[in-house]
Design a protein around this ligand. Structure first.
Ligand code: PLP
Length: 219
């Protein structure tokens, strides 16, 4: 199936999932995850009206997105992969939204870059809801204090939370855990749900789903 048809199908499934959950069809933003795919693969999806795209590496994004932005000035780019502190300047330059804020040193680096570049970016704090050793994110127990530190010590205004549930567990528990933490901290956005579970995520309140292979094909 072409990426354009697959994209339309994902959009339809999202709208149906929102309707089943009693939510407005436009309550959920689709982030088309284009990592590993080049401009040739991305262009038709941009042409189909897709606005939000996700990349997991700063370096890779720098190679392909500046040119695409010239042609589609309205697009929004989301960083969904881990961010090294020494790449914070580049990330703030390239991305509209960063989903992987997960430690004090990165909060400090981002605050410094916002000041230096005179910009602000949408921020999601990544929570390691499954407490997996190999995964980034603050632990659920540390989330409240990290959110408070972002606000009070670093002067940041995070918009929401992000998680990647463990591959071998039902995702609902993790989506609900993330929604709880967001709600008790006054955060309105939830970045959760991928190709395999975005409908479940929408039922649990996702405002941003990150869908790659269901649109662009296997990587
Ligand atoms: C790759 C990736 C996705 C998209 O995954 P698919 O299963 O291809 O939809 C979503 N979120 C993150 C953080 C990713 O790295």
């Amino acid at each position: 199936m072409s990426a354009v048809l697959a994209h339309a199908e994902v959009r339809q499934r999202m709208a149906a999932a929102a309707q089943r959950a009693g939510r407005a069809p436009d309550a959920v933003t689709l982030i088309a995850v284009s990592k590993t795919f080049d401009a040739t693969a991305i262009l038709p999806v941009l042409g189909a009206g897709q606005i939000d795209f996700g990349e997991n590496r700063v370096q890779e994004a720098r190679g392909k997105w500046p040119d695409l932005r010239l042609r589609f000035p309205g697009l929004r780019l989301h960083l969904i992969g881990p961010l090294q502190t020494n790449k914070a300047a580049d990330a703030v330059r390239l991305f509209d939204s960063i989903h992987t804020l997960d430690r004090p040193s990165l909060a400090a680096a981002l605050a410094r870059e916002f000041a230096r570049q005179g910009v602000k970016r949408q921020l999601f704090i990544q929570v390691n809801t499954g407490e997996e050793a190999q995964k980034a994110g603050v632990s659920p127990q540390e989330a409240d204090s990290f959110i408070a530190a972002c606000r009070n010590e670093h002067g940041l205004d995070p918009s929401g939370l992000m998680c990647i549930p463990p591959a071998d567990e039902p995702p609902e528990t993790h989506f609900r855990r993330l929604a709880d933490i967001a709600s008790r901290n006054g955060l309105s956005l939830l970045s959760m749900g991928m190709s395999g579970d975005f409908e479940t995520a929408i039922a649990c309140g996702a405002t941003h789903v990150r869908v790659g292979s269901s649109i662009f094909g296997a990587r």
